[in-house]
Design a protein around this ligand. Structure first.
Ligand code: CP
Length: 309
């Protein structure tokens, strides 16, 4: 039966741990799995702009021996030219897998319900699970483990944070989140992730004050304050998030050796300062690179089939 990857909860802890091990194999050996997708085609259906997700998927498919069709919003006009379900059904008669980047998460859900082939969520307004795979892999690579790590997140309670929380919860990570009160993470995701974190020896904690979450952190993570589609809220968001900037002053409140993460693209001077972006303890470009390795592992898991290695 075909499988989708729409949220981190679509894979269990055991499977995710295996996927991270496979990603390490891909990172060590670029030729690993080079025929895994031979004869297969993956479509990228992207309603929003992308650099990392698009390039990492295109390169991943090519390195695994497959081919890619990219369909931007101007090509498909998802939901406008024809309904999502019709695009999903027609497209899956041509290709072997579909990566969808969309606004409403429901579009990804509908795509997966109607496609005959595996559907991967390349970002929706609710979650960004491919980013979280890379984030977990980067943490494991940097610290040699996940259980017991203390991850502080400062800024907007957005899709990147949601998937990060879902992933951390499965691996016994302690996540401390500082957001303005009205930009807290989605309550349903928070509740489910808290329950899962407790079952795996981790925890979730929210604070309004960013200084309180960084003080015992192994790593501080931030993301843009104005996500795609929120441009009209720009002035208000810049005012509200001002004290959540990841800068030298905030970093001084963290333990020495604290690492820095950001999923990119970054808006330097807004959520993160130039000097913190360029800090020697930054993991930011490792995260970007690791998108490729985890996405290769994900493609092999969902599309590779038996004996594909
Ligand atoms: N982090 C991330 O998803 O980057 P892109 O928007 O460039 O794909």
């Amino acid at each position: 039966m075909k499988r989708n990857f729409l949220t981190m909860t679509d894979l269990g802890q055991h499977e995710l741990a295996g996927l991270l091990r496979q990603a390490a194999r891909h990172k060590r050996n670029r030729s690993y799995g080079k025929r895994a997708l031979a004869g297969k085609t993956v479509a990228l259906v992207f309603q929003k702009p992308s650099m990392r997700t698009r390039v990492a998927f295109e390169v991943a498919v090519l390195q695994l021996g497959g081919s890619v069709v990219y369909l931007g919003q101007e090509d498909i006009q998802l939901g406008q030219r024809e309904p999502v379900r019709d695009v999903a059904r027609a497209l899956s008669r041509y290709v072997d897998g579909i990566v969808v980047r969309t606004f409403a998460h429901q579009n990804a859900v509908e795509f997966a319900a109607y496609a005959r082939v595996p559907v991967i969520n390349g970002l929706s307004d609710l979650v960004h699970p491919c980013q979280a795979l890379a984030d977990l892999f980067t943490l494991q690579e940097a610290f040699g483990r996940l259980p017991g790590l203390r991850v502080a997140y400062v800024g907007d309670g957005n899709n990147v944070l949601h998937s990060l929380l879902e992933g951390c919860a499965l691996f016994g990570v302690h996540a401390a989140v500082a957001t303005p009160a009205r930009y807290r993470p989605d309550p349903a995701i928070w509740k489910a992730a808290s329950r899962r974190a407790a079952a795996h020896g981790g925890s979730l904690r929210w604070e309004a004050d960013p200084r309180r979450v960084v003080r015992d952190a192994h790593v501080v993570y931030t993301d843009v304050w104005i996500s795609m589609g929120q441009e009209r809220e720009r002035a208000r968001r810049l005012r509200t998030f001002k004290r959540y900037q990841l800068n030298r002053a905030l970093l001084r409140r963290a333990p020495r050796g604290c690492r820095i993460m950001h999923c990119l693209p970054a808006h330097r001077g807004e959520e993160i300062t130039d000097d913190v972006m360029e800090h020697p303890r930054s993991l930011i470009f490792d995260q970007a690179e690791n998108r490729l390795h985890v996405q290769k592992a994900l493609l092999m898991l969902l599309l590779g089939g038996k004996g594909s290695r």
